[in-house]
Structures are given as structure tokens and as C-alpha cells.
Design a protein around this ligand. Structure first.
Ligand code: COA
Length: 689
């Protein structure tokens, strides 16, 4: 039974019982409908109290059903039945009341929430709109402005805020007990929301919501459609608007955007240790972090926030002072944003030791090295860690590009080493690439996955290659961008084309932020092993030679006068033209579509190789890497999901036309060719490696 009911005195107690979060699939909807009938036929019943079993009131419609046709009873009909029932319903919520769960509350005559309950309508984050009266009942309850905020952002509010805005009638530790004690004379005569007049219209609020949604959820259809519907609540009769809401919900749920957002939602939840990983993780109470630069300090802070004691190791007193300053600055920023209380800061500071004495890490369960990207430096660090830490502690490197197998080879026991590749800022970015070297033990890997869970990060397993999954795709993206730059575009055209695709910023602005010297150092490192026949674009090297290292020095692909926002630098065009002249390139114009086509194809082709080589375990893992580490638009579902919407056969055909231009760079990946030949999606492709 996914919905249960029983009688207690004059009350009917209805409970949603569909673990883990009471998603409202078909069985729950049918159960609620049956509960309405039961209550109406039960003599002497004064109230029905609906609550949720387990950790949630209800997480909303079952998103797994959204790919199929809607099956009755539909939620709007169930909620209509509750609203018009002869016995008044009272919502007693705890945990989360999201989507259909919140809409169930709106259909009740009285709403109570336990402290800490999160209430919201997150449908737009799944590419749909509320589909069971949310866009019409909520504005009647809290006014147009409040409803616009909640529905167009998808962000939930706490029970306290919900109470303040009139969304719930009471906050109580035990909502069911509170409902039992209510004077029903007060509740009985309350009008149900669908019979109330719509809210006063407010064109300014609607326009503001549109502009905000356009900025924060650029390219996405659902937020704008949701705003249309909320605005309608001020103009159209309830029933007419409800019919439009339902039609919009049904229309949107099978769109590419909704499918893509569902895909990422479920992929994120499925990201965990692979089934074959049979070893137990090492519990991590104490960790050592080596290197107190931006990355090391960020990793240390992430560990501290998760309640792990940290010894942050530096080389000398200056390093110690710098590391302390870096962590202090990060904590200041968190405190300023209201994310770190004084008390928590005190606890974190007490759990942190910053020192140049490796002996202080003698009891660490795990060490994460985030030192300078040099093989010699890393080997020396691990030599010291091997001496200082217990012999069974797990050792991890945060290297972005260096060969994990070569680092491991320097250890007495290479099986202790795993790659843990964090993304800056490490306490915020959700991606964690877990790199498995040839010798990495299952125990070390399992420790990495357990740590990711503790830090609430999205773990993705990667094999060893240059750049692992994410930076390898990034390097190809940049190479393709530099080629377009040489052949006829400029950084701002390229950036704008990719922003229009859905990135928050284009490749050149992003590189200005991270620093041009990093990519330059990588190209230098790869020089010896690079295919001499592969076309090489030296513009980035020239930029570095001229000291244009990016925002940190005030000038890169753009200029940043006074350390402020970016300004187009016409000198770049001269520099690029000059390089093209040296390389005897005849430049030509590229449309935005051509730019996007080439950059996206380049990434897809590289990612398909990563799949074929078994570096990534699945296309969904690549989707997680690109969305959570590199800003690929979530509403396109990640790079491989996007590729599957284009179709492997079309991609291969497209690559073949570009191959005529440059057969090395555009050679279609074996994985794409296999998918095209077999008519399967990349999502279903499995490498035999
Ligand atoms: N439909 C179907 N399944 C859902 C679901 C939904 N609306 N909400 C959660 N689940 C599933 C998750 O996929 C996960 O399944 P798994 O255990 O098989 O991996 C399980 O419920 C637990 O969810 P999880 O997110 O891991 O737990 P949590 O405690 O971290 O978060 C929620 C719980 C409810 C806050 C979160 O899952 C959520 O935001 N859900 C979506 C709510 C929503 O958007 N509703 C509107 C739908 S239109």
C-alpha cells in the first residue's frame, strides 16, 4: 500500500507511504483518490489529516513516469476531489513538500509544516511547469509576487519563510498532533483556494520575473511558460487557467529540455561507487592536505566543512602564512554570504592545523596532494608522506594532467594511490573525478567514493590519460577554438556563440579567468609527444610570451581595466591576423552556427574516444563531468546526451565533411562510428576495454 488510512477519533489519518521520498506516481494518486472516498463514507469524520511516512511529506510527481503517456487518475483530478471533499483535509508536512507535494498542501483547507520543512515548486528545474494547480492556487494564497518568485526560480522556501508569506498556517514540531488539536469550526468555513478571486495583476512583477529567469536560466523554456501561467491567474477564471496549466505541463514534459534535465537529475543520483567495487573504504576522520594554494586551501576547507580534521602541509613558514591567509579568505567569503556562522567557524579553526612539519600528519587516514604540477615535486611530496603517515593510509593526488601511474611508481606500495581531481573552488564545485591508476587498490578507490559522498560531491570514475575525462575534452575544445581564431574569427565572436549555446561564458573569457599560463604549460609538456603532423596553433603561446596571462594581470584575450569587467581588445585582432599571415592562412568569416557546430563536434568526438578507450565508464559519466565541472548547459543534458539528441549518424556524417579539411583532427571516433552503424545511442554504448 503506497497510501494508508485509519480512523482516530473524529479524524481520518491518511499517510503517503512510498519510500524513499513519497513520489506521487500512479499508485499514490489512486491511493489518495480511494482515501477521499473512504473518508466521505466514514460517519462522523470531522477532518482528514494527510502526512508522509519516512523523511518526506512528498517529493512531487514521479519523474520516472514522465516519458510515458499520463495515466488516470491525474493529480489535478485527485486534488480537486480533496478540495471539494465534504470532510476538510489538513496537510501535516515535514521534510520536503515539493512539486505535487506542495500542490497537495494547497488543495487542503489548512496547512501545517514542521520546522525545517522545505516547500517549493521545483518543476522548472526539471523542464516542466507545475501541473496540478500550483500556478493558480499559490498566487491566490500568497499573491502574485510570492508565487512568481517560487515558481519561476524553482527554489524551495523553509517552513518559517512559508509561514511568514502565508503559504502555511502554522509551524509545529508535531504537525499531525497540531492538526488533531485544531478547532474544526475555524477550519470548516475556510474557502478553498480555487473559489477565491485571482490575485491583483502586477505587470512590473511579471516583467522582473521574466528578466531574472532569462538571466539565471537562459535558454530554458519552462521558466518563461511558468511565468505566463502565474500571470494568467490574475486574468483568467480558475478552471480555464487550470486547463492551460495542464496542457502546458503535458506538452513540456516530453520536450528535449525536460528529457535532458530529467536525465541529469537521475544521472546525478546514480553517481556512486560502481557495483564491481567490492572493498570497504577507509573511514576518514583525519586528513592531510599538501599545498595551501587556492586548490589545496579549497580542498582543506571542503573537508573541514564535512567534519574531517585537517592537517594542511606547506613547505616553509611563508607557505604556512599564505595557506592560512587563503583559508581565512575563503571563510570570510562564506561568512559574508551567510553560509558560515561564527560558531561553525570556531569549530573549523579548531579542527585545522597548518604546518610545515609532516610529522603532524602522523595519524591521517588520507592524504590529498595538491602541490605544484611538477612530477619531481609530486614525487618528493609522496616520499615525505610515505614516511610520515601510517602505512595503510590512503594517498591521493589532485593532479590535473600528470600521469598517476608514474606518480604511483615512485611509491613503495603503488596500490595506495588514487587520483582525486577536485575543481576550483573545491568547496563549491560538485564534481570529483576519481582516477584509477593501473595499480590503484579497490580499497583506495572505495575510500575516494566514500569521501565524495561525505563531501556531497558527484563522483565520476576516470582512467588514466592526459587530462582525464574533463580536461582532455577541454583541451580539444580549446584547440578547435584556436583553429577558428586563426582561420577567421576573434575571441568575442567565439565566446558569444558559445554563450548563445548555453555556457555561462565562452572559452576565451573562461581561460582569462583560469590563466593562460596553465594551458601553455600543458602544451609545452605535450610538445615532445605531439603528432608532428597535427596542425598546431601558436597564438596562445604568443599571448603568454607577451605577458597576456589573463584577468590576474589585467590583460589576456580581453582587457580588464582597473581589475573590473572585460573589455574587447582590438590589439588581439592584429595579433591574430599577424599569426595567420605568418602561417599563410587565408582567413574567412564563420557564422555563429559554424562556430558552435565545430566546437561541439570537436568535444563530442574527443569524448567518444574517451568512451571507446574505456577512460570513462559511460556516456552518462561524461555528461556529469561536463555539466558539473565545465559549465556545459544542464538543460542540454550534458555533452553525450546532447550528442544523442543530434544522432550518431548525423554526427559522423558531419565529421566526415570536416575530415576532408583536416583528416587528423576530425577523424570520427570509433565509438561514434559503431553507434552510427549499429543504430544505437552513445548512452547505450559499452567499450570492450
Ligand atoms: N520522482 C521520482 N523519483 C524521485 C523523485 C521524483 N520526483 N524525487 C526523488 N526521487 C528518487 C531519487 O531518484 C532517488 O532514487 P534512488 O534512491 O533510486 O537513487 C530517491 O528518490 C532519493 O532521492 P535523493 O535525491 O537521492 O534524496 P535526497 O534526500 O538527497 O533529496 C529530494 C530528496 C526530494 C529533495 C530530491 O530528490 C528532489 O529534489 N527531488 C525532486 C523533486 C521535484 O523536482 N519534484 C517535482 C517533480 S515534477
Amino acid at each position: 500500500m503506497t497510501v494508508t488510512w485509519r480512523r482516530q477519533g473524529d479524524a481520518g489519518l491518511v499517510e503517503l507511504a512510498n519510500p524513499p521520498v513519497n513520489a506521487m506516481g500512479l499508485a499514490v494518486r489512486q491511493g489518495l483518490m480511494d482515501a477521499v472516498k473512504w473518508a466521505e463514507n466514514e460517519p462522523g469524520l470531522w477532518r482528514v489529516i494527510v502526512s508522509g511516512q519516512g523523511r518526506a511529506f512528498a517529493a512531487g510527481g514521479d519523474a520516472r513516469e514522465f516519458d510515458g503517456d499520463p495515466v488516470p487518475p491525474h493529480l489535478p483530478d485527485v486534488l480537486d476531489a480533496i478540495e471539494s471533499s465534504t470532510v476538510p483535509w489538513i496537510a501535516a508536512a515535514h521534510g520536503v513538500a515539493l512539486g505535487g507535494g506542495a500542490e497537495l498542501m494547497f488543495a487542503c483547507r489548512y496547512r501545517i509544516a514542521a520546522p525545517g520543512t522545505n516547500i517549493g515548486l521545483p518543476e522548472v528545474t526539471l523542464g516542466v511547469v507545475p501541473g496540478a494547480g500550483g500556478t493558480q492556487r499559490l498566487p491566490r494564497l500568497v499573491g502574485l509576487g510570492g508565487a512568481l518568485d517560487l515558481i519561476s526560480s524553482g527554489k524551495p522556501v523553509s517552513a518559517t519563510d512559508a509561514h511568514e508569506m502565508g503559504l502555511v498556517d502554522a509551524v509545529a514540531d508535531d504537525p499531525v498532533a497540531h492538526a488533531m488539536a485544531l478547532d474544526m469550526a475555524l477550519v470548516r468555513d475556510r474557502p478553498v483556494l480555487s473559489t477565491l478571486d485571482g490575485p491583483a495583476s502586477d505587470d512590473d512583477a511579471v516583467e522582473t520575473a521574466r528578466a531574472t529567469a532569462h538571466k539565471r536560466m537562459r535558454g530554458q523554456i519552462a521558466p518563461q511558460r511558468a511565468i505566463d501561467l502565474v500571470a494568467l491567474s490574475a486574468r483568467a477564471p480558475f478552471r480555464d487557467a487550470l486547463a492551460q496549466e495542464r496542457a502546458t505541463f503535458v506538452e513540456l514534459r516530453t520536450t528535449d529540455q525536460a528529457r535532458a534535465l530529467r536525465h541529469i537529475f537521475f544521472a546525478e543520483r546514480a553517481a556512486k561507487a560502481p557495483g564491481w567495487l567490492d572493498a570497504e573504504p577507509r573511514p576518514v576522520d583525519r586528513a592531510a592536505v599538501v599545498g595551501g594554494g587556492t586548490m589545496g586551501a579549497g580542498i582543506a576547507y571542503a573537508l573541514l566543512l564535512a567534519g574531517i580534521d585537517v592537517t594542511l602541509l606547506e613547505t616553509d613558514a611563508d607557505g604556512v602564512a599564505r595557506a592560512k591567509a587563503n583559508i581565512g579568505r575563503t571563510m570570510d567569503q562564506s561568512a559574508k554570504r551567510g553560509l558560515l556562522s561564527g560558531e561553525k567557524r570556531g569549530r573549523i579553526e579548531a579542527a585545522l592545523t597548518v604546518t610545515d612539519d609532516y610529522g603532524a600528519a602522523a595519524e591521517a587516514d588520507l592524504a590529498i596532494e595538491a602541490a605544484f604540477e611538477s612530477m619531481d615535486v609530486k614525487k618528493a611530496v609522496f616520499g615525505r608522506l610515505e614516511k610520515a603517515l601510517p602505512t595503510d593510509a590512503v594517498l591521493a593526488t589532485n593532479t590535473s594532467y600528470l600521469d598517476v601511474n608514474e606518480i604511483a611508481a615512485g611509491l613503495a606500495d603503488p596500490s595506495r594511490l588514487v587520483g582525486l581531481h577536485f575543481f576550483a573552488p573545491a568547496h563549491i564545485m560538485k564534481l570529483l573525478e576519481i582516477v584509477q591508476g593501473d595499480e590503484t587498490s579497490h580499497h583506495a578507490l572505495a575510500t575516494g567514493f566514500a569521501l565524495a559522498k561525505r563531501l556531497r560531491k558527484v563522483p565520476v570514475l576516470s582512467g588514466v590519460c592526459d587530462g582525464f575525462i574533463g580536461n582532455r575534452i577541454l583541451a580539444r575544445y580549446r584547440e578547435a577554438a584556436d583553429t577558428l581564431l586563426m582561420d577567421g574569427t576573434n575571441p568575442w565572436e567565439l565566446d558569444e556563440a558559445m554563450v548563445a549555446f548555453g555556457y555561462a561564458m565562452g572559452p576565451y573569457e573562461a581561460q582569462d579567468l583560469s590563466g593562460l599560463d596553465i594551458a601553455h604549460a600543458n602544451r609545452q609538456r605535450q610538445a615532445a609527444t605531439r603528432d608532428p603532423n597535427r596542425r598546431y596553433i601558436p597564438i596562445g603561446d604568443r599571448m603568454v610570451a607577451e605577458g597576456r596571462l589573463g584577468k590576474k594581470v589585467g590583460v589576456g584575450w580581453y582587457r580588464y581595466p582597473g581589475g573590473g569587467g572585460k573589455v574587447v581588445d582590438p590589439l588581439i585582432e592584429d595579433l591574430v591576423r599577424e599569426e595567420a599571415h605568418f602561417a599563410k592562412v587565408e582567413r574567412r568569416a564563420f557564422t555563429d552556427d559554424e562556430i558552435r557546430r565545430r566546437l561541439v563536434l570537436a568535444m563530442i568526438n574527443e569524448a567518444a574516444d574517451i568512451l571507446a578507450e574505456g577512460i570513462a565508464q559511460s556516456a552518462a559519466d561524461i555528461d556529469l563531468v561536463t555539466v558539473f565541472g565545465y559549465g556545459f548547459p544542464r538543460w542540454r543534458g550534458g555533452l553525450m546526451h546532447h550528442a544523442d539528441t543530434l544522432g550518431a549518424d548525423c554526427i559522423v556524417a558531419d565529421l566526415r565533411t570536416l575530415e576532408a579539411e583536416d583528416p587528423i583532427v576530425w577523424k570520427p571516433s570509433a565509438a561514434l562510428v559503431a553507434c552510427a552503424e549499429q543504430g544505437i545511442r552513445l548512452a547505450d554504448y559499452r567499450s570492450d576495454r
